[in-house]
Design a protein around this ligand. Structure first.
Ligand SMILES: Nc1ncnc2c1ncn2[C@@H]1O[C@H](COP(=O)(O)OP(=O)(O)OP(=O)(O)O)[C@@H](O)[C@H]1O
Length: 330
């Protein structure tokens, strides 16, 4: 996947600031009472919390599919209520569960939706569609002419991401984007998505029910409770290691220590010196790799130690006890 500088990455990313926003629906439901949250430019923030706590409402207020009852939302320095809807659509991409592709339009036409709304020339649109399908790992010649029903769930999801990126938005909003596919495809899409994000560096707000997904994808995670109340806003490691309240502690679960291993890298300070008599027969794990993978290697080899390598050279050994220590939580 190749990204030409100045195309996909051209417009960069913008911060998102939610200032004491709230939403009361016409029937009186207070979906979000008062929420303040700041997402830095280029950051991927996950909103998570129990069903009905207001996650989708928050997301849809950012692109004004839902108007807030009170509060302010800024994209960079711009108040979204002051942007005209076309400009807002240009700047904010939106991906939803089951993608919402237009069934009677080809993949290429689907991806060209926003450029079409923006009046791009046919040539510019065609080039952009080609570039985006390649970016999400779909061969334009093979997939551009297909219809959504001729794709797998995972392929449809990628088309949804390509469509959302079409006009090079500064912000991407994703509502349960990977939940409609089976767990194996989901994990693969998540990995691909992280690679894509490393290239395009958008500001992303992603809603999920899945804690593992939140931990895997989020630079930071916002845990919400009923009424859109912000319980904790932290990195995955901090959230799992030090839940701020009984609510968060229960939400992240009794196995949070194991989950924490997955987001904790093996660093030099947990290593012991290489034994003088060599390290033959020990498994090797990379410095900077996850503690979870290191534990996996230790369990598979049934040894007490693993050799830790940097650029192929051994730099120390890691004991089982040290790995387990990395998973200890408050
Ligand atoms: N149009 C509406 N009119 C009235 N109440 C609504 C409307 N849309 C959502 N709600 C209510 O607002 C609350 C928050 O809904 P929202 O969809 O934002 O929650 P959520 O956290 O995304 O839920 P889920 O995880 O189940 O998708 C819920 O109590 C829901 O019933």
């Amino acid at each position: 996947m190749d990204v030409t500088p100045g195309s996909t990455a051209g417009h960069g990313a913008a911060s998102i600031t939610l200032e004491r926003i709230g939403k009361r629906y016409p029937d009186g439901t207070e979906a979000v009472r008062e929420l303040s949250l700041e997402v830095k430019a280029g950051e991927l923030v996950v909103l998570i919390g129990p069903s009905g706590c207001g996650k989708s409402t928050v997301l849809r207020m950012i692109n004004r599919l839902i108007e807030p009852t009170h509060g302010r939302i800024l994209l960079g320095d711009d108040d979204v209520t002051r942007l005209d809807p076309v400009a807002l659509r240009r700047r904010v991409g939106y991906v939803i569960q089951n993608v919402g592709l237009f069934p009677h339009q080809t993949v290429a036409t689907n991806v060209a939706t926003v450029p079409g709304l923006l009046g791009w020339s046919r040539e510019r649109t065609r080039e952009r569609v080609h570039e985006l399908l390649e970016l999400v790992g779909l061969d334009p010649a093979q997939f551009g002419r297909r219809y959504p029903h001729e794709l797998s769930g995972g392929q449809r999801q990628r088309v949804g991401v390509a469509r959302a990126l079409a006009a090079d938005p500064v912000v991407l909003l994703m509502d349960e984007p990977f939940s409609a596919v089976d767990p194996i495809v989901r994990t693969r899409l998540q990995e691909e998505f992280l690679r894509l994000q490393a290239e395009v560096r958008k500001t992303i707000v992603l809603v999920t029910h899945d804690l593992d997904e939140a931990v895997r994808l989020g630079d930071r995670i916002a845990v919400l409770s009923e009424g859109g109340r912000l319980e904790q806003y932290d990195t995955p490691a901090a959230l799992l290691g030090s839940p701020a309240s009984p609510f968060v502690r229960e939400f992240v679960g009794a196995d949070r220590g194991i989950r924490r291993l997955a987001v904790t890298p093996v660093t030099r300070d947990v290593l012991d010196p290489l034994p003088a008599d060599g390290a033959a027969g020990l498994p090797t794990v990379p410095l900077g790799g996850s503690a979870y993978d290191a534990l996996g290697a230790l369990l598979t080899s049934a040894t007490e130690h693993a050799v830790v390598t940097e650029e192929g050279r051994p730099v120390g050994v890691l004991s089982r006890a040290r790995v387990l220590g990395l998973g200890v939580v408050d």
